[in-house]
Write a protein that binds this ligand. Sequence first.
Ligand code: HEC
Length: 178
Amino acid sequence: MKMTTLTKSFLFLGLFTLNSHAMDEQTFKKQAGQRAETFMKMLKSELQKGVKKGLPEGIGHCKVEAPIVTAKSNEGKWSLGRTSHKVRNQSNTPKKWMLSYLDEYRKSKKQEASVVKMGENHYVLLKPLYVAGLCLNCHGTTIPKKVQSAIKKDYPEDQAHGFKAGDFRGFVWVEYKE
Ligand code: HEC
């Protein structure tokens, strides 16, 4: 059967629309990386505001602002958050499948993010976070007493202390799901 130009155009259009829905790994990695960067910048600016307020009060600031910044970053097929092998906020508890990745980064201290393909058009980026000087104020081994009691009050089950500079702290995860 001979195809008319019209049929051909419809076929072409059909393929084009299918394609425009598909998310390939490279595109995902790039876009997810940008989302993680923006998220981290927003968090950092809140963190600095918190530290400026003075430390025990700063904890309250993080408690309120971190979940807000996280919620704001969720959009359509995209969602993101933070997780760790030692969490402060229980709602950041890792999903089961993330445990082996947390273990791997804790040992290797790899800098590069991992892309995990969960299914068709469904990916998660895991971007590692490492402990810097500033973080030690609230996640280190010698946290000032006042800060410690503020943390205990807000997060009675806190595990996110005892870190040293350079330690693996956890991931920012970015998920795309159609
Ligand atoms: C002013 C105190 C403070 C400082 C400084 C601080 N954090 Fe936190 N951090 C918190 C609090 C409070 C939470 C829980 C916030 C929430 O509800 O997600 C938290 C949560 C986290 C989490 C999410 C996982 C979890 O434990 O719940 C990560 C990852 C994290 N911090 C990494 C860092 C890194 C990396 C730095 C340094 C760049 C840092 N933090 C500096 C107070 C602080």
